[in-house]
Ligand binder design. Structure first.
Ligand code: TYD
Length: 134
């Protein structure tokens, strides 16, 4: 499985650091929604879904967490622990998020507004959707 990670430029000086992310330059889609996940307990697993159309970039802007990606054939675990690195997740990819550190903030840039119809939340349904749409 190809893991697509994007590296963002950090503008650091003696005052601290700043990272800017611009659609068209740093992100391969138009950003229609931004959300962030925080206060997640260490033993909690979240996600457990895929999307039919949605594209997302996940950035752990504080702390760390792990993302399990599953394309229906292969699984891969990605460690997110750098605030200048984004993980691209396209459609038809099952994902789970876990092992959030105490201070973790997971920022997500999304190509569409929230639409429950775009979700597949049942793993068997995800597998049959993949088989029928690829
Ligand atoms: P949920 O899909 O369970 O989160 P995760 O994928 O991390 O397990 O979302 C939690 C709640 O937040 C659920 O009630 C739906 C709502 N929600 C929105 O209203 N807008 C959003 O953009 C997202 C991602 C979730």
């Amino acid at each position: 499985m190809e893991i697509i990670k994007l590296k963002f430029n950090s503008h650091g000086d003696e005052r601290g650091s700043l990272i800017a992310i611009e659609e068209g330059l740093d992100i391969p889609f138009s950003i229609k929604r931004v959300y962030y996940v925080f206060d997640t307990l260490k033993n909690v697993h979240r996600g457990f879904h895929s999307h039919k159309k949605l594209e997302q970039i996940l950035i752990c802007v504080s702390g760390s967490c792990k993302i399990l990606l599953d394309d229906g054939k292969e699984k891969s675990i990605v460690n997110l622990d750098k605030n200048d690195e984004g993980l691209y997740i396209g459609p038809d990819m099952w994902r789970e998020m876990f092992e959030f550190s105490e201070n973790a903030i997971l920022l997500v840039l999304a190509s569409e507004v929230y639409e429950e119809n775009d979700y597949i939340r049942d793993y068997d349904e995800f597998i049959s959707y993949r088989i029928n749409n690829n």
